[in-house]
Ligand binder design. Structure first.
Ligand SMILES: [Zn+2]
Length: 381
């Protein structure tokens, strides 16, 4: 039994690569791993090489015909629009099946480590939260998160809280457990009116016995740390404390950061850090099975490397230096030189530049009020 945090990584994960011009750059994983290694953060975690997920594991969530469709695309030249394959978002590429199975393998292996006693895990390649039961969507082929939660639930009939702060709504995971009151899904994201996948409205709040167990907090473009932390304090904290999950799963996509080129939110490292530290406390207090963290979106790759390294440091109680090591920046500068961060955290002047308008705060007032009215009663709050 390992008492160290589990961290699946191998350069083979970089095979999940749609095309040179695709915004999802596999290099972000290698850079994250390298920066974390350089900062000494991997010295006290259990880094291991993940295996490929099996078909039986994929079938915990996905339909057999969809899995077969992905498998048959592995030559890299087929398109199957019915399954969301071969679209501009999800172009097929050689060995797509193997690459997608390795992503799932990393997350389910991380879950296995937790089931065997590891206190937590961080699978930076995971978090493919848009994939649906029979459809690839939004750069996501297989939904590693839904599969890992199903795996846990098969072994332990216990409550799981899934929290997702990626800029995009965590629709695939929400839909996977939409009728369950044992898996509470909470997503804070940019409103679907301005961002893919267009869902994640407050009224999507579960069905059947799962009514009140799907929670969505949409934010207007421009929303920043103040909105993120407020939504967390006023919704996630009380629900966490009343739901008392034995396992926490978090999707830590960082495309809500102000530097990210795809979304329109303006979080900084401070907002993320505040939320992460609170998550850690809540997990410590309630989740006797542990905390599985996965990655997710993030399209400014140096920024992804720095934020996920910062998140890892918080998870394992390590400090990070003020400055990103120069060697690292130099060797990575060819990757993405624009608006290159130099410090591990965003410093105060940045925060002032991205203050959102009053309209953003007022809209959040309304969203929070509706959640209190429509969700909280299902939790005796
Ligand atoms: Zn995203």
């Amino acid at each position: 039994m390992s008492k160290r945090l589990a961290y699946p990584y191998t350069d083979k994960l970089l095979q999940y690569s749609f095309s040179k011009s695709h915004p999802l750059k596999p290099e972000r994983l290698r850079l994250t791993y390298r920066l974390s290694r350089e900062l000494g953060l991997l010295d006290n975690v259990e880094v291991f090489e993940p295996r490929l997920a099996t078909r039986v594991e994929l079938e915990l969530f996905h339909s057999p015909d969809f899995i077969t469709a992905v498998e048959s695309c592995s030559t890299g030249d087929c398109a199957n629009w019915r399954y969301g394959l071969g679209t501009p978002d999800n172009p097929v590429f050689p060995k797509i099946y193997e690459a997608a199975c390795r992503y799932v393998g990393a997350t389910v292996d991380a879950m296995q480590k937790i089931l065997s006693g590891a206190p937590g895990a961080f699978a930076i390649s995971g978090g493919l939260h848009h994939a649906q039961r029979s459809e690839a969507s939004g750069f996501c082929i297989f939904n590693d998160v839904a599969i890992a939660i199903e795996m846990f639930r098969k072994k332990h009939d216990e409550r799981v809280l899934y929290f997702d702060f990626d800029a995009h709504h965590g629709d695939g995971v929400q839909n996977a457990f939409y009728r369950s009151q044992n898996v509470l899904t909470i997503s804070i994201h940019e409103t679907g009116r301005t961002l893919f996948p267009g869902t994640g409205r407050v009224y999507e709040n579960g069905a059947g016995e799962g009514k009140g167990f799907a929670v969505n907090i949409p934010l207007l473009p421009g929303a920043g740390d103040r909105e993120l932390t407020r939504a967390f304090d006023e919704v996630v904290v009380p629900l966490f404390e009343s739901f008392r999950p034995s396992l926490l799963v978090t999707q830590l996509g960082v495309d809500g950061h102000y530097m990210d080129p795809l979304a329109h939110l303006s979080y900084t490292s401070q907002g993320y850090e505040t939320v992460l530290r609170k998550i850690k406390e809540l997990a410590h207090e309630h989740c006797n099975r542990g905390w599985l963290a996965v990655g997710g979106g993030g399209y400014h790759i140096l920024n992804v490397a720095r934020l996920w390294s910062l998140f890892l440091a918080i998870m394992i109680d390590e400090e990070v230096p003020r400055w990103i090591p120069e060697d690292f920046l130099e060797s990575a500068s060819g990757e993405d030189a624009t608006r290159c961060p130099l410090t591990m955290r965003d410093e105060d002047e940045v925060k002032q530049m991205y203050l959102p308008s009053d309209e953003v705060a007022k809209d959040l007032d309304n969203v929070l009020q509706r959640i209190r009215e429509e969700i909280f009663p299902a939790h005796d709050l």
